[in-house]
Ligand binder design. Structure first.
Ligand code: F6P
Length: 495
């Protein structure tokens, strides 16, 4: 097989560039210091029109209004999705409530900086899923060189993860931030207990006094022994994977500084305005969702690769995995009918150029088609040799060109079919504004996909069954009800 099949009638990427001289202007966009290039996808003028009709028929405009108006867009849980209000873009009453909570968060940040918890040297942020992936991405991307604090993120229940996380921290001068929307998550509560024991063992007289909780369920945090004065609440309508804009971002705000955190929200708000008000044919999250639908539905692509050509963005693929797969990894529509199309592809990825020497072989010559996304930054890290950065960027662009161009050869081993799509997001600089806009872009693209599919992106019942079985087993439920394989594994592991 020379390469992945493509639906009959669709032009190759090279033919599209020849046939559509305005392709670059039609499929590239500039928002908040970020350049979005979707021109190396198979979307063309005709497909764009078809998808625009589909969006209209799917009620895209009304769904988007509902999101920004604070209407119920998560019907299975009967609530709105208020993450946009966290950056001031939602319904006025939701935005006011978010602003009031943010003022309290700011007061805590100011107090911590003024020494309310002593002279801190570190932060141990405990949380899992949406309660850790966003803050970890922000701190890793923006805080590496700017902060005097040592910040560690702890999520896994594996004791080795705990040891790893606390290893560089001094318990006497470390603030523990426990983030959990529900404050009932097994891993987070177990790690919080372990952190208190760690503080106690080091002679900290009041371990609870060194813990701040961030949650939508303050009563659950109080039940865990945390004083109300050290609890930051965020709204029930803020989904875990959409929560970095809320007080879940506390560790990031402490590391990056309050102004940077506010700028992050402003960058996201710029993307909100674009998504909310740009015409559908010029709306980049929607156009990206059209390409996602095209590859999932017509080209049969089951995965999408995201490659950060910037070490500072190495956590982005992990963040996106939860955002996209937990949101849209569904099989039924909002009214419970089987969904007509493949939903979320498997999001995977890594960093360039490392990934070029590991997985790109398959991307260039494999029999499966993987739409690829490159995320790169024009300006390198200040301390970096500019030549390194130039080579990094050139590699990213070369990969996109090679995927599209391919190369014919008489030798089948050495021939590249080409015509493989990629999209590129190129930030001018990696700063809070552009990163906020890019993360908000991914959120809105996920939402736009959900609208086109008729699914609810804001619930995640699929994660419950496994948790429930684990809980039952931990509580000593009757093992005889389990299958032979699972029983044998438990017996062998002695658990
Ligand atoms: O298991 C999935 C999940 O519910 C995610 O949706 C969420 O981000 C994560 O667990 C953590 O939940 P919590 O913030 O309530 O601890």
């Amino acid at each position: 097989m020379a390469g992945p099949q493509q639906p009959g009638g669709t032009k190759t990427l090279k033919q599209l560039f020849q046939a559509e001289p305005d392709r670059l202007s039609r499929f590239t966009f500039d928002i908040a210091g970020a350049h979005f290039d979707w021109s190396k996808t198979h979307l063309d003028a005709a497909l764009l029109d078809q998808f625009l009709t589909r969006a209209e028929q799917a009620g895209f405009a009304a769904a988007r209004d509902a999101l920004f108006s604070g209407d119920i867009v998560n019907p299975s849980e009967g609530r709105p999705a208020t993450h946009v209000a966290e950056r001031g873009s939602g319904a006025p009453e939701e935005a006011d409530l978010a602003a009031a909570r943010r003022a309290r968060m700011r007061a805590l940040v100011d107090a911590i900086e003024a020494g309310a918890f002593g002279a801190l040297t570190g932060i141990l942020h405990i949380g899992i899923g949406g309660s850790v992936l966003g803050p970890a991405l922000l701190v890793d991307a923006l805080g590496r060189r700017t902060s005097n604090l040592t910040v560690r993120f702890l999520s896994n229940i594996d004791g080795a993860a705990f040891e790893d996380a606390v290893e560089p921290l001094d318990p006497a001068t470390t603030l523990v931030v426990a983030a959990s929307k529900t404050f009932s998550t097994l891993e987070t509560l177990a790690n919080l207990d372990a952190a208190r024991a760690w503080l106690r063992a080091a002679g900290v007289s009041d371990p609870d006094g060194q813990v701040v909780a961030v949650t939508a369920k303050p009563e659950a945090a109080v039940a865990q022994g945390i004083d109300e004065s050290r609890i930051l609440q965020f709204g029930d309508g803020v989904g875990g994977r959409y929560s970095l804009w809320s007080s879940v971002g506390l560790s990031a705000a402490l590391t990056l500084g309050w102004d940077a955190f506010e700028t992050l929200l402003e960058g996201a708000a710029e993307m909100d305005r674009h998504f909310r008000f740009a015409e559908p044919r010029d709306n980049v999250p929607l156009i990206a969702a059209f390409a996602d639908r095209l590859y999932g539905e017509s080209f049969g692509c089951q995965t999408r690769g995201v490659f950060a050509y910037d070490e500072r963005l190495r956590l982005l693929p992990f963040y996106l995995q939860q955002l996209e797969m937990e949101s849209n990894g569904k099989s039924v529509t909002t009214d419970g009918q089987p969904v007509a199309h493949p939903t979320a592809p498997v999001t995977w990825g890594g960093t360039g150029t490392d990934a070029q020497h590991a997985v790109f072989q398959l991307l260039h010559q494999g029999t499966v088609l993987v739409p690829v996304e490159f995320v790169a930054v024009s300006d390198g890290d200040d301390s970096q040799d500019p030549e390194h950065h130039r080579l990094l960027l050139l590699n990213a662009f070369a990969q996109g060109a090679a995927l599209m161009e391919g190369r014919e050869s008489d030798d089948p081993q050495r021939s590249y079919a080409g015509n493989r799509p990629s999209a590129t997001i190129l930030l001018d600089r990696l700063d809070p504004r552009s990163l906020g806009a890019v993360i908000a872009f991914y959120e809105h693209r996920t939402f736009a996909n959900a609208v086109l599919l008729g699914i609810n992106p804001f619930d995640q019942f699929g994660v419950e069954l496994g948790k429930e079985i684990a809980r039952q087993l931990a509580e000593g439920a009757d093992e005889e009800r389990l299958d032979a394989s699972t029983r044998a594994l438990m017996e062998r592991a002695g658990v």
